[in-house]
Design a protein around this ligand. Sequence first.
Ligand SMILES: Nc1nc2c(c(=O)[nH]1)N[C@H]1C(S)=C(S)[C@@H](COP(=O)(O)OP(=O)(O)OC[C@H]3O[C@@H](n4cnc5c(=O)[nH]c(N)nc54)[C@H](O)[C@@H]3O)O[C@H]1N2
Ligand SMILES: Nc1nc2c(c(=O)[nH]1)N[C@H]1C(S)=C(S)[C@@H](COP(=O)(O)OP(=O)(O)OC[C@H]3O[C@@H](n4cnc5c(=O)[nH]c(N)nc54)[C@H](O)[C@@H]3O)O[C@H]1N2
Ligand code: SF4
Ligand SMILES: [Mo]
Length: 858
Amino acid sequence: MTCVKTTCPYCGVGCGVLAQPDGTIKGDPDHPANFGRLCSKGSALGETIDLDGRLLAPQILGREAGWNDALDLVATKFSAAIRYYGPDSVAFYVSGQLLTEDYYVANKLMKGYIGSANIDTNSRLCMASSVAGHKRAFGTDTVPGTYEDLEEADLIVLVGSNLAWCHPVLYQRIAAAKAARPEMRVVNIDPRITATSDLADLHLQIKGDGDVALFNGLLSHLANSGKLNSDYINAHVNGFDLALESATADDPSASGLTPDEIVEFYAMWAGTEKTVTIYSQGVNQSMSGTDKVNAIINCHLATGRIGKPGMGPFSVTGQPNAMGGREVGGLANMLANHLDIENADHRDAVQAAWNSPTICTKPGLKAVDLFKACADGTIKALWIISTNPAVSLPDADGVAEAISNVPFTVVTDIMARTDTGDLADVLLPATGWGEKNGTVTNSERRISRQRAFLPTPGAARPDWKIICDVAERMGFDGFGYETAGDIFAEYAATTALSQQFGKDLNLAALTDADYDSLAPTQWPVGKQTRFFADGAFYHPDGKARMIAVTAPELSTGKFRLNTGRNRDQWHTMTRTGKSQRLGAHLAEPYVEIHPDDADAIGVDTAELITLYGPKGKGIFRALISEKVAPGNLFAPLHWTRQLSAAGVVNSTVETGVDPISGQPATKSAQVDASKCDVAWYGFAVSAAQMQPSRPYHAIAKTSTGWQAEFAGMKAPSNWEHEARNITGTKAGSAAVMQDATTGDVRVAIIENDQISALFFASTTPVVVARQHAATLIGSGVASLAALAGRTAADMPDPGATVCACFNVGVNTLRGAISDGAMSVAALGEATCAGTNCGSCKPELAALIAQFQIPVAAE
Ligand SMILES: Nc1nc2c(c(=O)[nH]1)N[C@H]1C(S)=C(S)[C@@H](COP(=O)(O)OP(=O)(O)OC[C@H]3O[C@@H](n4cnc5c(=O)[nH]c(N)nc54)[C@H](O)[C@@H]3O)O[C@H]1N2
Ligand SMILES: Nc1nc2c(c(=O)[nH]1)N[C@H]1C(S)=C(S)[C@@H](COP(=O)(O)OP(=O)(O)OC[C@H]3O[C@@H](n4cnc5c(=O)[nH]c(N)nc54)[C@H](O)[C@@H]3O)O[C@H]1N2
Ligand code: SF4
Ligand SMILES: [Mo]
């Protein structure tokens, strides 16, 4: 079978993938990002490419429509809004998951033809503070280093990055380098202990937003201990004195760390020339995000540790094309090719290159303001492409309302039902990963091709094609591309402008490249692969700028709600939610809470917690854990209204934005928390998709159908009815069993001698071997044995999945450990766990460590 070289559609590591139409997926051994490795999400890509739930035809007001009608309607509505209310009355909200070609034409249409800069992207929620910090320091948005630096470094400092779960292949590369060179040191700076902490020699459990204080303290320490690189500063850096003055005025103990921790960290940093500081959303998603970025970069500039092998600041990108989107100018405050909207010469040059009728003259609305403008009626027509803002923006319910308030909303997605798509007037079906062609740029500026290996499903079209079709119907020429390759060639040619104005981007060498066979290519093409070792920054004087930053006042609310990611889910789960292997890792919305706080609000293990934000609330399973500090909570961003009753964490998140970047501070929402008093808890498995519609519920795929967790405020009077309602099974006979002592209820629905659904209810959180229950669906096992919800002696319950690749559960692993598999490698040999993608290795190590802790003598 043909094997196509393509690129993973998830994170910014940008791993090369070998894909076959039957869904066989392997890591590409030749791709310089991953050299054959893939993480759990990449490995499971084959399970997410079915057509279940796909949007396969345009829809107008919920009814299927032809492309002609849909495109005409979109073009007419946008043109009318522009005619009556002006170009700024329309907006696009796009995504770092668009391919460069899609992004390029969307930006060209809005900025060069409609004449507004009202195109913003989910990168505002993701990379905006890094972009702003880079521009302040370097004069342009440049990531100086390469992945090899991570392997060559002697010290890796991770700031606000859960690399083990979020950039797993980079984490594996660092872990392998550390195994080969045990003297390499890793420091993890995160208010939470995470899977990434496992690799760290030092975990600094910083106070939320204590980062500026810590790095300002580091800068004064570097000055006091004679570790500055005065030659580099004198030749290449402005702003040193003011930055140091400001840094010295701050007290590093405001970071919440102990003096010993601070001394140890500073000594490591000061004493290690080859230091890379990797940072991610714990830095960016903050009211002081841009200042955090500059506080980090200041230390690298002051020591000249930048752009040389094994050293530099390294902002890892989240989405597969976060970097490409920045290159084509996808943010509301950027022009194409790293040029500036505010600069008239830049504007003229871009307009000339596009040969476009107009060009925007001022920055457009940034994401949060864009949706405010939807709420207040300023925006008359809105087009959302490849993102799910009704889930992923703070005040998610307010944003959903704002979208509904726009007179005309278009959503382009691959799925028929999403929380955002449900609010649209027009739905347009896009071809998805594996069906479309284009390029993405990863965290180290490497451009890789995504290639199609599957047929186009239904009437779906590539995003770039849909955008160009609308542009043409709005009467604009300049969008008559035949292929994605045509767009890439035009884009690559326009990057000459970046050079013309002394900026960094330069893809001119790729203008005539053979697009079909384009190999992964890092820019700048054919020159040095790192920036800034010898200065040559992009401010007009060629120097970098150190920025004077001041630690923020830390807010003191009731609970600081920190939000982020799970290992095996991608954002709003529209794709990863399809894989039962991935769903088995953490199957419902949860909130991590410290035992002291759980005690204080009277919540026990696996009970439910209600979080109250200023504008909305949510209900989450309590995961009581010392990994979060008292006063801190952590909840994942993944759950949607499609998959849960009240698990959209952004319903509770209402935050301000960084004043410079406009990025919302989604790591530090202020919330109240209390026990959610429910009358009963339930769990069910069924062959059918369930939609329990109870005050709390969450559904997930299983190997045999679906599972649901739920809870009710009042015990039902008839358990059989309740079980049938929830599991969606009308036919068959029901066996109902109620334990006289505990009141626990178990119901099995049997059809044609096969179990079609199982239902469990209890006044306390349901204890049942969930994976095992799922395997009974469709089997003919005698109903009473199944009702016990326990596994037969010859079928041990594997427990919650730890290794998603080989489906190895926690009980199996504990068994192997007690049989003597006392290292990650030995566990791999015994059970296969961790031997494919390696994403679960930190969890394997943690299980072994748990086993090694002697039980305290009583
Ligand atoms: N599995 C998985 N991987 C992904 C994604 C996914 O959805 N799932 N999404 C991708 C995307 S788009 C992105 S942007 C990246 C995000 O990748 P990461 O930024 O690594 O992930 P997050 O979980 O958002 O947050 C990282 C850490 O920041 C910490 N943090 C919170 N507040 C602070 C603080 O004030 N200071 C410090 N120092 N740390 C803090 C959190 O506790 C958290 O552990 O992941 C990418 N990779
Ligand atoms: N509280 C909190 N909120 C956060 C974050 C956080 O850490 N905490 N992180 C923020 C960050 S960093 C990010 S990046 C965002 C991510 O948030 P979103 O971008 O909203 O999340 P996704 O689920 O990735 O949305 C992508 C959508 O595009 C669709 N899609 C997939 N492929 C295609 C395609 O080829 N074409 C089209 N047209 N559609 C496609 C998917 O079905 C899905 O509906 O969330 C942000 N929100
Ligand atoms: S690390 Fe995983 S999610 Fe990220 S690109 Fe590689 S395989 Fe995909
Ligand atoms: Mo992101």
